[in-house]
Design a protein around this ligand. Structure first.
Ligand code: OXD
Length: 310
């Protein structure tokens, strides 16, 4: 059994070494040096890999995403038919995402942009004190990332609301579900955080209508996927002042084109898809665990539910 690794050239060797540190007997091939296609049984890929290329490997039995998201692997033509897909469920990814969400919620809540603007003018002036208990944070998506971020925000003292497509209950989080629930939550959300998986159902969820439901002066934080937001609608809401600021880590396309208005917009914080970066040595044990399970014919872990799209 051989394993094909495919990601950015700069971290390919780091992934290989991290996996070999867990199991030195693995036969790992770095794309495009796959060797004999029939020997490849597992592909561990990031978003740059062309799914059509994977059809070259007649004995492929498992595809693993090098991230928490799998939308890049599921988009047409998708993985070769019958090949299960596993994703990462990694504590380091979850912790880092929680930090990033907290960082930006606190930036908006504590008027950081206003104080920086005052600093630029050497202006010594207090702004009205914000009240944490009155700043409602609404999270789209209560999977591992959303639930963890909700917990951090609660510890700081924010009222936390959460939305999922199917009803969920999470202690301390006011939960909403479905289309009606989305409208209800948005009407009570001062800072909207998107941590959803990108599926046909969630594409474009941050759009003119949903943004209009947020109270005037609210903020948007997106570290789901660029496809969750209609960029022009968000820009219009920022320009009109209805949305007071946005922290964005994900875009469509990526990298964000140099001429895009987000780059220079005074109310937008742009991050280069770096809110939560996969660390190979943290992720490798679960990938190798799945390879061992495959070899031994045992149930695989962290499998994607194709019907749900994540
Ligand atoms: C991921 C990502 O899916 O980094 O993990 O976007």
């Amino acid at each position: 059994m051989a394993i094909l690794l495919s990601t950015k050239a700069a971290i390919m060797a780091e992934w290989r070494d991290a996996m070999l540190a867990v199991d030195p007997s693995l036969d790992i091939r770095l794309f495009p040096d796959a060797g004999e296609p029939a020997e490849i049984e597992v592909a561990v890929c990031w978003s740059s890999h062309d799914m059509a290329e994977l059809r070259r490997y007649p004995n492929l039995k498992l595809l693993v995403s090098m991230g928490a998201g799998v939308d890049h692997l599921l988009r047409a033509p998708g993985p070769p038919p019958g090949v299960p897909v596993a994703r990462l469920k990694d504590d380091r990814l979850t912790t880092a995402m929680g930090e990033w969400v907290l960082l930006n919620v606190l930036r908006f809540h504590r008027q950081d942009a206003e104080y920086r603007a005052q600093q630029a003018q050497r202006l010594w002036r207090e702004l009205p004190a914000p009240d944490t208990a009155q700043r409602r944070v609404g999270i789209l998506g209560l999977g591992q990332l959303g639930t963890h971020a909700a917990g951090l925000l609660r510890v700081v003292g924010f009222p936390v609301l959460g939305w999922t497509r199917q009803p969920r209950q999470i202690e301390g989080v006011t939960c909403f579900a479905g289309a009606e629930g989305l409208r209800a939550m948005l009407g009570q959300t001062d800072i909207l955080v998107c941590l959803l998986p990108l599926t046909p159902q969630t594409r474009g969820i941050i759009n003119r209508e949903t943004l209009a439901l947020l109270p005037p002066g609210s903020f948007v934080i997106n570290s789901g996927r660029g496809g969750h937001m209609v960029a022009d609608d968000l820009l219009a809401a920022l320009d009109s002042g209805h949305i007071a600021g946005a922290a964005l880590d994900v875009f469509e396309p990526e990298p964000l084109p140099a001429e895009h208005r987000f780059w220079g917009h005074e109310k937008v914080l742009v991050w280069p898809h770096a809110s939560s970066i996969t660390i190979p040595r943290s992720a490798a044990p679960q990938v190798v665990e799945n390879i061992h399970r495959l070899r031994q014919g045992r149930a695989l872990i962290n499998l994607v539910d194709f019907s749900a799209g994540y």
